[in-house]
Design a protein around this ligand. Structure first.
Ligand SMILES: Cc1cc2nc3c(=O)[nH]c(=O)nc-3n(C[C@H](O)[C@H](O)[C@H](O)COP(=O)(O)O)c2cc1C
Length: 342
């Protein structure tokens, strides 16, 4: 992994320093780039909220081969982890690789690791086109995310996503905060519950499930579920949509409780290793997404880099599960976290 990271550092030049700990400090405010918006507080809070949690060790048990596999909306995954959608390799990563090569590396690397990639969207069109092309090449085995475009553009892009053969697709509603898109005359916007229900109905009529990403409050998550979302992602877009939000791990427990048992709850932001994955699961997530570290692995090592990143993550997760007495990723107790009760 060190060679992969060194290679990525060369290719991403000043846009990503590939820091030892990817915590949003060195790149604060760097958008375009890999940073968080403004002061970078939201990105930093994601990392800090996880870093402030500690494990209680439990070793008097017989768990030696913990189960890490889960099923998410009918899709089997070897780990409770997906690659987060990342769009805009050219503007955010200094053309370290082409958009096409990047998407192929992430989609194929994830499949090799037994998990799935989400693909991103943005301006120019090559961003969503190369993501969708990579998914189509692998029979739609992945999850395309489309931005909340206004007008006919949304329908057009949802239809293109459907045509990849995907079984699940998603929308990053928090992209409504990406002012850069509006400035370029390509508005994205929040949606009312009624408007969301129309979008979900349309996609459900194709036999495809819908994940809504970018929710940070129990109320939004509840409204999304009532409107018909099949899963929600607790996310602040890696701190890129609004400055000064809490870390996602801070708001996750109350949101997970609000929609408990109704839909799978996913979460992302600041997840860096297998221990962080277990922390998110203990706080109520069913599955986790990882953004920047997967991007670094893809730019530095292509599909092998991505597969290797997930292999190491799986080893770390299994070790953390054994050391906390956790037998199954589908049933993680809050009590693995120090000071929290089950
Ligand atoms: C350069 C960059 C581009 C992104 N593009 C998208 C995108 O197109 N669609 C989307 O839903 N999220 C996008 N995100 C947000 C990620 O999907 C994810 O929510 C975030 O990166 C998670 O935080 P982490 O990077 O700390 O793991 C992007 C993030 C970054 C850093």
């Amino acid at each position: 992994m060190e060679d992969i990271r060194n290679n990525a550092r060369q290719k991403m030049k000043k846009f990503c320093r590939v820091c030892k700990i990817c915590d949003g400090r060195a790149c604060a405010g760097e958008i375009p780039g890999m940073g968080g918006l403004g002061t970078g507080a939201s990105f930093k809070n994601n990392v800090n909220a996880l870093a402030e949690l500690y494990f209680d060790m439990h070793l008097v048990h017989g768990i030696t081969e913990p189960e890490t596999a889960i099923s998410l909306l009918g899709q089997p995954l070897s780990l409770p982890v997906l690659a987060a959608p990342i769009g805009g390799v050219a503007v955010n990563m200094d053309f370290g690789v082409s958009e096409e090569d990047y998407n192929l590396a992430v989609v194929e690397g994830c499949l090799d690791a037994g998990t799935l990639a989400c693909t991103g969207d943005g301006v120019p069109p090559v961003i969503h086109e190369s993501g969708l092309a990579a998914l189509a090449r692998f029979k739609g085995r992945g999850i395309p995310f489309i931005k909340p475009w206004e007008g006919a553009e949304l329908d057009e892009k949802l239809e293109k996503a459907r045509d990849t053969g995907c079984k699940v697709l998603g929308m990053d509603l928090d992209a409504a905060g990406l002012l850069t898109l509006r400035r370029r005359g390509r508005p994205v916007a929040p949606r009312t519950p009624e408007q969301l229900a129309d979008i979900f109905d349309k996609v459900h009529a194709w036999g495809i499930k819908f994940i809504l990403k970018g929710l940070m409050s129990p109320l939004d998550a509840t409204l999304a579920v009532e409107a018909g979302a099949d899963a929600v992602v607790i996310s602040n877009h890696g701190g890129r949509a609004l400055d000064h939000t809490p870390g996602t791990a801070t708001v996750l427990p109350e949101i997970a409780e609000a929609v408990a048992g109704r839909v799978p709850v996913l979460a992302d932001g600041g997840v860096r290793d297998g221990g962080d994955v277990l922390k998110m699961l203990a706080l109520g997530a069913d599955c986790v997404l990882i953004g920047r570290p997967v991007a670094v692995a893809a730019v530095g090592g292509g599909k092998e880099g991505v597969a290797r990143y997930f292999a190491r993550l799986g080893d770390q997760l299994r070790q953390a599960m054994i050391m906390t007495g956790t037998a199954d990723a589908r049933d993680v107790s809050r009590s693995v976290l120090h000071g929290l009760s089950a």
